[in-house]
Design a protein around this ligand. Sequence first.
Ligand code: ADP
Length: 606
Amino acid sequence: MKTLFKALKYGFKLSPLFTFAVLIEDITSPAIPFVSFYFGGKILDMLLNGSSYEETMKVAILLISLVTLLTLLSRISIIYQNAESETLNEKLKTLIADKALSLSYGKLESKDLKAILTKAEEGANGSGSFASLINVSLSSVFKGVMTVIYSVILFRQAFISIDKTSSDPWFNFLNNPYSFLVIIGLIVFMVIISVFLMSIINKVMYTFYLENTNINRRYSYFYTIMEDYRYAKDIRIYRLKDLFGSILDGQGAIMKERYGKLGRIEGWINALVTAANSLILLCSYLYVGAKAYYGIISVGAIISLVGAISTFADSLGNTMGGIAQTLLQLKYISNYFAYIEAEDQDDKGEKVSADSKGIIEFKHVYFKYPNTDTYALEDVSFRIDPKKKLGIVGRNGAGKSTIIKLIARFYLPEKGEIDYDGKNIDTFDFASYQKVLGILFQDFSLFGFKLKENVAASANDIDEEKVKKCLDLTGYDYNNIKKLPHGLDNYLYNYIEDGTELSGGEAQKIAIARALYKDSPIILLDEPTSALDPLSELTVYQSIEKLVNDRTSVFISHRMSSTKFCDHIIVLDKGHIIQEGDHQSLMKDEKGIYATMFNEQAKYYV
Ligand code: ADP
């Protein structure tokens, strides 16, 4: 019930016109057949009773005008519904996308929320769609209620009895005003059976779509990759076409079997429901026909009653079906709300002070990634003083990037505390805390925006001179007219016309420039030169060293020589700090992992 009200509230808020159009259609369209049955029967009786031509015509004109008016109103409202239902669904999709941008990283990465997201997307599209909840399912319930009201008006004729005594038990039964209740009872009974059968279909369908969610999530990943040119090189050179093909064939076979099974269940149940409905109609036609035969009702009343009964039975079935469908769709939509209303990144804490010093301290930090049971970091403690440089070295998988992600507050430590200027980072307002961080992630992303927008991470108030300065520091040549005919205004990547493609090194230079542009008191660089040639690497390090002198900085590098200049270096192994100190002191421990790694590497770089 709560979800229902929420759905109506959202529907009305996002598109009042849509909701209003549905309401108008729900009132007008069920009235059309009843107007025809009522006046049709009346006209027939008037013709049979020899009423005057003028009077019959008056009723006929009234009939035509009413039907035309109602049809027009319902058609116009359908036009608005169709136009608005797309807008409504688009707005819902935008809400999902906005949510994805505002959720915390850890939440967005979590498998549970990913599953809810897929279901939420299904709630916003397709058969479980929000618009169809209102204009199909709920609407059929409302139309059903209207039909019952209209039918009751016409059913009055069925309760008529005449003043005549007879020994014919059939006549006595048919002339009893309450005999009609038997027919109504039959209809209701059959409808209940149909609804029971329909609810079985609905249950099967919900489970079916839930299972599809998991299958589809996997396949949509493969489909996206196959269409993205950035994956195309590996796909071609390793001839992954067959591997992809077999996965898609596998999906095709699974889906064919699944849909076939569902189709068979649906087909059988629908056949049963149709047979049951035909049986009721047969009984009611016999009842009405016999009533007219015995002269209890007029010939015209046959038309209005038969019409009213069949419409009543149909719409009662639709209403019940609509209720079952509504309940099913509300289940989908509740996933949508679960996602939309998932708690956002906490923006309620204290603001980071403008003259912050930039001290970072890890105090006995333990951390496991969600859904894993080994510690990525275990009892890690260190402190970086203002404007000092910390180097983090260690083998692959030692936990270096994890430190960056924890400082960024993408995840929370399981135990221990991370402080900024002496306060737990969790207590800060997230947005204001993130302003103090400039980060180059190892797996950074640039986007199909303009070059200057990528560097400034904004579309407005871009300081172009500063963009150039930052790019100069990394040695990225933005003056190359051939590659960048529009200079800083050039788009990146081929997704947009005239966009420029980037080499790995060029992309890395732009990403470093973006971290530098941010002017944050803290700068964290995770393998900043991994894609650069030795000459560019030297340029970048020389610039960065100068540039970060007035900031607290963290350098992660597999190249030991590039962290030599750091004030303090920690050596990580399997999530533990196993050595720390400055370069000189670490080198003294000749058997230590630092000196060993340094000497090993020096062999290749000398
Ligand atoms: P490094 O940067 O030192 O190469 P990471 O900090 O990236 O190492 O990873 C530390 C450990 O955590 C590795 O064993 C890695 O597999 C695991 N890990 C990293 N990211 C995730 C993640 N998102 N989910 C689960 N495990 C992860």
